[in-house]
Ligand binder design. Structure first.
Ligand SMILES: Cc1cn([C@H]2C[C@H](O)[C@@H](COP(=O)(O)OP(=O)(O)OP(=O)(O)O)O2)c(=O)[nH]c1=O
Length: 188
């Protein structure tokens, strides 16, 4: 069987893929994550997922390579990872009391073969007090996460409702990944 490579440095993606008991290796891709400003969120996450997967796939065309990207979208605004405490606070204030969409793009490549898709999950936040936001920032959990929160951690306290795939919010739409790999001929 050909092997599977997760093109990611995210510890969450590693844990998620382990959850469905796939054996894989990890090679982190280091791509420039700037994209054209007019792109819609689903286009952004698919473009970046493809970029991450391609970087590894060109060196390992015999392997299945999985790249992924997650962003948070509120109206026209696309939120990536906050670069400072101020930015994290701004993001959390924006998300407070509202419903946003989390988009995760997935690209699976094997040589010339490709599967590219995205998943959208709607997440509603409770109204947050400024004390709640400050306490959350102090925990440092917001910093390596799109939209400045992690639903799988302390961030669970902020979330009122989730519509769609929870795992996609954490970083990988697991069941779709599994099915895509099967359709591509992996896991026969
Ligand atoms: C909204 C949300 C995001 N996230 C994470 C998932 C992603 O790891 C991160 C978004 O950044 P990404 O750029 O998608 O991923 P990454 O830089 O962590 O890893 P790599 O590019 O190497 O694959 O935010 C959570 O862990 N929980 C959440 O609730």
């Amino acid at each position: 069987m050909s092997n599977l490579i997760l093109a990611s440095q995210s510890p969450r993606r590693k844990e998620l893929l382990q959850q469905i008991q796939l054996s894989f290796s990890i090679m982190s891709s280091n791509v420039d994550e700037t994209v054209a400003p007019h792109l819609k969120p689903h286009e952004v996450v698919m473009e970046l997922a493809l970029k991450k997967a391609k970087e590894i796939s060109v060196k390992h065309p015999e392997s299945y390579v999985l790249g992924s990207d997650t962003v948070v979208a509120l109206g026209e605004c696309i939120l990536g990872k906050p670069q400072s405490e101020e930015e994290a606070r701004e993001m959390l204030v924006m998300l407070s009391g509202k419903t946003h969409s989390v988009y995760t793009g997935v690209a699976i490549l094997k040589g010339e073969k490709q599967s590219l898709f995205y998943e959208k999950t709607d997440v509603t936040f409770w109204e947050l007090t400024s004390q709640e936001i400050d306490e959350y920032i102090v925990s440092e959990e917001p910093f390596d996460k799109a939209g400045a929160y992690g639903i799988q951690g302390l961030g669970a306290k902020l979330v009122k409702e989730v519509k769609g795939d929870y795992f996609s919010v954490v970083g990988l739409p697991l069941s779709r990944v599994y099915r895509a790999l099967r359709e591509m001929g992996y896991l026969q």
